[in-house]
Ligand binder design. Structure first.
Ligand code: ATP
Ligand code: MG
Length: 217
């Protein structure tokens, strides 16, 4: 249901955005109109992002396959690279030798990691260090995303993974990122937790080596 609404609203919005781009690109458009249109465009982007998130949440996992976490981390690095450069953030990655392959939906897991990376980027506007580490325990593989930002605010710690929990101003955060991470991890039969170190936040995802439970739809 939510997915339908998101899709129905997103489609015309996308076309509206096309018109906004067209008028912005027209050399006859004066600067005052241009500036107003940029405001319109920023709002369209914001709504699109929220709708996109709703759709992503509703999408059933497309397929589990045995993948190396190293490959997924490499993908995430590629996608995030431009923003890492711009924000002056150093990304350190490490993958333990001999890490077993995990049975995951790579698209969903990548999206979850990108949500964590985005949060870390938001937390370090002046630059810093981000680390993504993959290691293995006896029954689970562990993915750890740590940053050198100010850490998780105390007021959100107890309900961090619930939807709509955010400390960001309206228009900059919807509070869905970590809820999506939790959904994705649960679909994979895993668990997620977060804590503060000094300095910075750490999010830990544990995924079963054996793969997701067969019961999930
Ligand atoms: N790495 C981090 N460092 C500091 N605070 C964080 C970090 N990650 C999450 N948070 C805090 O947790 C809140 C919830 O994060 P979440 O990703 O769910 O939503 P959001 O980032 O606010 O919005 P959205 O992800 O929907 O754009 C954030 O608003 C922020 O206060
Ligand atoms: Mg977020």
């Amino acid at each position: 249901m939510a997915a339908n609404v998101a899709h129905q609203a997103g489609t015309p919005l996308n076309l509206v955005s096309g018109y906004v781009q067209m008028i912005l690109g027209d050399p006859r458009t004066d600067e005052r109109t241009r500036s107003r249109l940029r405001t319109v465009d920023a709002q369209i982007q914001q709504v699109t992002r929220v709708l996109r998130t709703m759709l992503d949440r509703a999408r059933p996992p497309s397929g589990f396959e045995a993948v190396s976490l190293g490959a997924i981390i490499t993908r995430v690095r590629e996608v995030a690279q431009p923003r890492l450069w711009r924000s002056n953030i150093r990304l350190e990655t490490s993958v333990a030798a001999g890490l077993p392959a995990v049975k995951v939906d790579p698209t969903q897991l990548e999206m979850a990691l990108l949500n964590l990376v985005t949060n870390a980027l938001d937390a370090m506007p002046g630059g810093g260090t981000l680390s993504i580490q993959a290691s293995a325990g006896p029954k689970a593989v562990r993915l750890e995303v740590a940053d050198s930002g100010p850490g998780l605010p105390a007021e959100v710690l107890s309900h961090l993974f619930d939807p709509w929990v955010t400390t960001k101003p309206a228009g900059q955060g919807s509070g869905l990122g970590l809820a999506i991470v939790r959904d994705v991890v649960r679909t994979h039969g895993g668990s997620v937790s977060a804590y503060n170190q000094s300095p910075g936040a750490v999010v830990v995802i544990e995924l079963p080596v054996s793969g997701p439970p067969v019961t999930s739809s």
